[in-house]
Ligand binder design. Sequence first.
Ligand code: GAR
Length: 221
Amino acid sequence: MKKKVAIGVLVSGSGSNLQSIIDQIEAGNLDAVIYVVISNVASAFALERAQKHNIPAVLIDHRDFETREDFEQKLIDVLNSYSVELVVMAGFMRVLTPLFIKTFHHRIMNIHPALLPSFQGIHAQERAFAYGVKFSGCTVHFADDGVDTGPIIIQSVVPVFDDDTADTLQQRILREEHRIFPQAIQFYAEGKLEIVDRKVRIRDHTSIDDTPIHNPPLTRY
Ligand code: GAR
């Protein structure tokens, strides 16, 4: 039997990314087990999603702690109590301090709804849309102690159309998030990720074609 990576998922909201991970595990496409889901927000729908799949769902409200480190120490204690190897931040809206990052060094993945390093931080999709970019997308990366700055594992690019709204763009990006996050976790589970300096190499994996894309399409040249 294949080894399954023990993951803990940190959430703050709807949990559609959590759902995509659960679905891929249940479909047998992802060699992982979710040992615990932790939310810092009591009303997060992600907690209900976890419970529905009999996954321990824990609320740790950051407002109950005096310092960020106290909050994170509680997260660490709970994750360790479930023997979590890989921490997966799936819409977790708290910035982490070096305490947490060091504890799970190169064992924390985050998903961000933009092509990093563009549009780091919150409301990335709305800001990319307002900026007028022709492409946007999403990024899975290892977390470091900056905001959305860690080594990039995988990115997906989506076009922006003239008749898009911030909402339609957000939906297009989210559909891709649901594809690349399980894939990044599977690369980890297979032991394929290698971090050299700040670059992530994926062992034994084919490269994409050398084909530029343009938006709008070129009419000449
Ligand atoms: C996702 O779009 C995720 O990329 C984003 O929050 C959303 C959570 O959705 N995360 C960030 O912006 C982190 N900086 P979900 O709760 O439905 O997975």
